[in-house]
Design a protein around this ligand. Structure first.
Ligand code: LLP
Length: 419
């Protein structure tokens, strides 16, 4: 479900004609629908109403302040993984007691800052990290909440680069070690070990990996209870998949039916960390066709957005639907093309061997499902300015990040005197 639809053969975002925004603000351009974003957030919230979880949107999926603010205003917390994301979370107005912090490599500086700012808890991923947090908390004369991130060793059935809950992945701590940590909690006097966390991967379209992981963790929590170790929080991470192509992912409602009974049984405060589910289909990348190039073997549609703008196809061979902003004639012929960017890499493509209506230079295209891990993974490679971001609500379209200019590219560089 999203609010990008054709009306009189032109693609609209809510009540705004996308081509108007593209002409006004230029391309490449990220365009987000406020109401799609809210709809997904509220669907999840409603589906889990019975246990009132704290839904901490995963900032890495899309860290634009306006989008974060929109969710925070509706009661969302935020899941962060760096000092930079902490900075953004606070700047977006998120209450620190709704911020949870994961990452296998938190630095001392990042830990210090997060403790100072009173975040809800750290998701801890190793024993040395736990010791470090305990030491830094002691220096600040504080006792901080910690959830141990468990690696439940389940197969999430997703792309191997975004699978995180197998024991071969760098994430989390195995059950045996975790149990040891909880039993030795008195060794960590500045840490309140009161939660467990799992996050088994991303773009997971079926319920069974979640059910398997949660079942294992619930058993673990029961075991701890018998040892008189009582927890407060269960963080089930993110990972819910969306439709990019022909997936049939579960709805929030269906997901809830499968996992709610397991979660409710624990009696713990439940935290969720969805990213893609909320923002994935709430954003598109708008790009313009620069050239059509035919070679003896192929036809290339060369566009002004590259892998620096959207790296998912290059990195994961990810599929993104590509739609012309102006709908092609119903009876028009389709042709097989590669949609490629201007970057000097053969991996710089948005689509390969894709059947598209006949396109010409100057046509605009929408790369669908680009709201999650789109702009947030973009870079300045080839000294390309990062794209503008525009947020639409009903008939309003507002720039929420202006396109970088050339000065931004070299802003932090210096010429040393010896040159
Ligand atoms: N919590 C933790 C600890 C995570 O590592 C992640 C994502 C999430 C929550 C949110 O997961 P989501 O609900 O969005 O699936 N760049 C990749 C996805 C990487 C996901 C990394 N971790 C992509 O473009 O597919």
């Amino acid at each position: 479900m999203h609010e990008f639809k054709y009306l009189n053969n032109h693609l609209y975002c809510e009540r705004v004609k996308v081509e108007d925004v593209a002409r006004k603000h230029g391309t490449p351009l990220y365009l987000y629908s406020y109401h799609t974003l809210m709809d997904h957030f509220l669907k999840l919230k409603t589906a889990f109403k019975a246990i009132e979880p704290l839904i901490c949107f995963s900032v890495k999926a899309n860290s634009n302040l306006a989008l974060l603010r929109a969710m925070v205003d509706k009661g969302a917390g935020l899941d962060i993984v760096s000092g930079g994301e902490l900075y953004r979370a606070l700047k977006a107005g998120c209450a620190p007691e709704k911020i949870v912090y994961a990452s296998v490599g938190k630095t001392d500086e990042e830990i210090e800052e997060a403790i100072k700012r009173n975040i809800l808890f750290f998701n801890v991923e190793s024993v040395p990290e736990l010791e470090n947090i305990n030491r830094i908390a002691a220096e600040q004369e504080r006792v901080v909440n910690v959830a141990i991130r468990i690696n439940p060793d389940v197969e999430p059935k997703t792309h191997k680069f975004i699978s995180t809950g197998k024991l071969t992945n760098k994430f989390g701590i195995d059950f045996k070690t975790a149990e040891k940590i909880f039993k030795q909690c008195y060794d960590y006097s500045n840490v309140r070990l009161n939660g467990v966390h799992i996050h088994i991967g991303s773009q997971i379209t079926v319920a069974d990996p979640f059910v398997a992981a949660i079942t294992k963790v619930v058993k673990f929590i029961e075991k701890l209870k018998k040892e008189n170790i009582h927890l407060q929080y269960l963080n089930i991470g993110g990972g819910l998949g969306i439709i990019y192509d022909k997936e049939t992912p579960q709805t929030a409602q269906k997901f809830a039916v499968k996992v709610l009974p397991l979660l409710a049984k624990t009696g713990l405060k439940i935290i969720m960390e969805p990213g893609r589910f909320i923002v994935g289909n709430a954003g598109i990348l708008v790009t313009k066709v620069l050239y059509i190039k035919s070679t003896p073997l192929k036809k290339f549609v060369i566009v002004d957005a590259g892998m620096n703008d959207l790296i998912r196809p290059a990195l994961y061979s990810a599929y993104h639907q590509i739609l012309p902003l102006k709908k092609a004639e119903a009876r028009g012929r389709l042709e097989k093309v590669d949609v490629v960017g201007p970057i000097c890499e053969s991996g710089d493509f948005l689509a390969k061997d894709r059947l598209m209506p006949k396109l010409k230079a100057g046509d605009y295209l929408a790369v669908m499902g680009s709201g999650a891990y789109g702009f947030s993974m973009s870079s300045n490679y080839n000294s390309r300015r990062r794209a503008a971001e525009v947020l639409v609500s009903k008939d309003k379209a507002r720039v929420v990040r202006k396109r970088e200019d050339y000065k931004d590219l070299a802003r932090n560089e210096r010429l040393p005197l010896f040159l």
